[in-house]
Design a binder for this molecule. Structure first.
Ligand code: GAL
Length: 321
């Protein structure tokens, strides 16, 4: 009788172990919680899809990854709830693209209390916030570099961006989300590349477009209506907004490369096509493949109990015709 009970108990423990993570064929399944600041974002959609497929490619017969990706919907309260849910479901690691970079510490305190390592991506927390725990890291690209490259693409044109030859590069700046260092640095460093080269500039118009194509179109249309032929260059903090600007440039009867220049950042496929077609002067590759792979590799290191450097940087690259 005693033997029977022990055998039964053993069978029960085995079955429970299989249900709780040791998936089919004896594989161990790790849970990964990913939250993206919002799904409705061109660049972060490429990034998110690559994250998912790279996790798949890292699976083996003995290791599986159960990846849950949630949409933060641009709402920090919503995203904080998602993090709470990930903690409740005992994920092994999180990858978080913050809605608000300034909320990093709130999230870090939660994951730290639950002892769940966290990889922050794309929206950089402050340096101080990155010191809060040794099991957090940031994967991103240095936004100063992307701004500088945008400015250099314009600087290196035969007319240095002064398309109407009046001696001053008069520009429109369509800004992403100003809470985000990507927007702040791209806005600053694109122009710095021109002024560092001794080029005179005039800021005609600068407004936030929140990385959004429709807003980019509307702002470019407003700027073109207000400042018309005096605009030499439209700088967009990303390609999404530049895709909108192309529509407004065409609607205003202007021609990129002839009487106006247009640059973005990301090198999304639509922008690369636009550059080939002559509708855009250039862009800067924001390497979503390199960044997503680096983030997944870091998450897997955490899963394996290894340590990870606090900052993991991926380079930008200039893209022109
Ligand atoms: C930037 C990217 C933008 C947008 C933003 C979201 O790095 O260039 O297109 O995705 O991240 O934070």
């Amino acid at each position: 009788m005693k033997k029977k009970i022990i055998a039964l108990a053993l069978a029960f423990v085995l079955a429970a172990a299989m249900l709780s993570g040791c998936g089919g064929g004896g594989a161990k399944t790790y849970k990964v919680g990913v939250s993206i600041y919002k799904f409705d974002d061109n660049f972060m959609t490429l990034y998110r899809n690559e994250l998912e497929s790279y996790f798949k490619s890292k699976e083996t017969d003995s290791v599986k990854y159960d990846v849950t990706i949630t949409d933060g919907k641009g709402d920090m309260v919503e995203q904080t709830n998602q993090v709470d849910d990930f903690i409740a479901s005992k994920v092994d690691v999180m990858i978080i693209n913050l809605v608000q970079s300034s909320s990093a510490d709130t999230i870090t305190q939660k994951v730290k209390a639950a002892n769940i390592p966290c990889v922050y991506i794309n929206r950089e927390p402050s340096e101080d916030d990155m010191k809060a725990w040794e099991k957090i890291c940031y994967v991103g690209a240095d936004a100063r570099q992307s701004g500088t490259y945008q400015g250099e693409i314009i600087r290196d044109l035969p007319d240095n961006g002064d398309v109407d030859g009046d001696g001053v590069v008069r520009y429109v700046m369509i800004v992403g989300d100003p809470e985000n260092v990507d927007a702040q640095y791209r806005t600053e460093f694109s122009i710095k590349a021109l002024t560092d080269a001794g080029i005179a500039v005039d800021n005609l118009f600068e407004q936030r477009g929140d990385w959004d194509q429709a807003k980019g179109q509307e702002l470019a249309a407003n700027a073109l209506a207000q400042f018309g032929a005096s605009i030499d260059v439209i700088f967009c903090n990303n390609d999404g907004m530049a895709m909108g600007a192309i529509q407004s440039i065409k609607a205003a009867g202007r021609t990129v490369g002839q009487d106006i220049y247009l640059v973005g950042v990301d090198a999304i496929p639509e922008a690369v096509d636009a550059i080939k077609a002559g509708d855009m002067t250039g862009t800067v590759l924001n390497d979503h493949v390199g960044q997503s792979h680096t983030a997944v590799d870091a998450a897997i290191k955490y899963i394996n109990g290894q340590s990870v450097d606090t900052y993991l940087w991926v380079n930008y690259q200039k893209v022109d015709k």
